[in-house]
Design a binder for this molecule. Structure first.
Ligand code: ZN
Ligand code: ZN
Length: 404
């Protein structure tokens, strides 16, 4: 038995990114159209409802929404995208660091952007170029760069940035081609970032790796700035030792930010080709050592953004199989999403998503098919993301009586 103590149970939290939808055919969503025998069975031994990941009527981003569901309200704990991505690609952040997402880009001599992704530079070339600009010291500040996949990477600015105008740090990325890199001089930090951008441009322009490239990766564009502040670790906050199984960097970053162990799973890519069975096996294996396994599946969201109903249906079949594997564990299984990404909208939307808490003692509400519509008939009714951890604590035997 994988019980923690007398009646405390382990928890698998299966987060299906962009899970919810709107009708795509005959008035039905992909979840209504696709057989889900495993999830249907799990419904019979669980409670279910609909969940507004942030608040009713709010269109969630993945990062803010997942922080909220994990018990860290984004109004207080969202550090911006930069620090989460930097953590996600394995960089170490220190209290007070500023982190940006960075792109290798192609610019002309006047720093006008010709290609925001430097022709989607290959990862190998990007890593070779990264070695030439991995560390710089400018005006007493350290600039640390790390490349990740293709044109992507992160920049950390370290040093005494307080008082240098670190409020309202702006992107250098103009976010469109044909516009000039945004370089400001209105405070000391902005001036240091300007010098850094020019120095990186100078070094990259001279690099032999760029000589053979039609679109040289001769500039770094910075965006998503945020300041890193340590937060109370998940284990301390909820008394559960936690780990994360995820493919994409952002979700690994969220997990590291909360002090979760990040599992390495071969085949977990965060794309359509991701190996969900390998992820399910990894989640099961980590239940021995951990009380809470955060398992993130990205591809439903990608298919929503692509407007690809067929791929969403294929992912639902795979997720159902995965849920069947996870449901066999002696652990509570939570299945939910961070927002809807209806393929008809190709964007995140405010509509609530199903939530199922299975492998618990539950009253029967008689629903037979796992989907948005039937979940609305369940005991959980309509909850918000902030309610989830309270329910997880209660169902896993970690809540204490309030009063006598
Ligand atoms: Zn998402
Ligand atoms: Zn999305």
């Amino acid at each position: 038995m994988a019980h923690v103590g007398d009646n405390r149970r382990k928890v698998i939290f299966l987060l299906i990114d962009g899970m919810g939808s709107l009708p795509v055919k005959d008035g039905k969503t992909e979840w209504e159209l696709t057989p889900t025998p495993n999830l249907d069975k799990l419904m019979q031994k669980g409670v279910y409802g609909l969940m507004h990941p942030i608040r009713i009527g709010v269109i969630p981003g993945s990062d803010t929404s997942q922080l909220n569901m994990l018990g860290y309200p984004p109004e207080k704990f969202y550090p911006g995208r930069g620090p989460l991505e930097a953590l996600g690609i394995g960089m170490e952040l220190k209290q007070g660091d500023i982190a940006f997402r960075a792109n290798f880009a192609t610019v002309d001599n006047n720093l006008v952007v010709k290609d925001r992704r430097a022709g989607r530079i290959e990862t190998q070339d990007a890593h070779a170029l990264a070695r030439e600009i991995s560390y710089m010291k400018i005006d007493g500040l350290e600039f640390i760069f790390k490349a990740s996949v293709e044109h992507r990477g992160s920049v950390i600015v370290r040093g005494n940035v307080r008082g240098l105008g670190s409020e309202g740090i702006c992107d250098t990325d103009p976010h469109r081609e044909g516009a000039r890199v945004v370089l400001r001089e209105d405070n000391a930090l902005a001036r240091a970032i300007k010098k850094y951008t020019l120095k990186a441009h100078e070094i990259l322009s001279k690099s032999s790796i760029n000589r053979k490239r039609k679109l040289p990766a001769n500039a770094l564009l910075l965006r998503g700035a945020g300041t890193y502040n340590e937060v109370e670790p998940f284990e301390k906050r909820f008394g559960m030792k936690a780990c994360c199984v995820a493919g994409a960097a952002l979700y690994k970053g969220i997990a590291r930010y909360l002090g979760m162990h990040v599992c390495h799973v071969a085949g977990a890519t965060g794309t359509y080709s991701t190996d969900l069975e390998a992820k399910a096996r990894a989640a099961s294996a980590h239940l021995k050592e951990y009380d809470f396994v955060y398992l993130h599946v990205k591809a439903m969201d990608n298919a929503g953004h692509d407007g690809n109903v067929k791929m969403r249906i294929e992912m639902i079949r795979k997720i159902d199989k995965m849920a069947g594997m996870l449901g066999k564990e002696d652990a509570i299984l939570v299945v939910t999403g961070d927002h809807s990404t209806p393929p008809t909208k190709r964007e995140h939307s405010f509509e609530p998503v199903p939530i199922l808490i299975s492998n618990v003692a539950a009253r029967s509400y008689g629903m037979k098919k796992f989907c948005e519509v039937s979940c609305a008939q369940g005991e959980l009714g309509r909850i918000e993301g902030k309610d989830i951890m309270g329910l997880v604590m209660a169902y896993s035997g970690r809540s204490e009586k309030y009063g006598e």
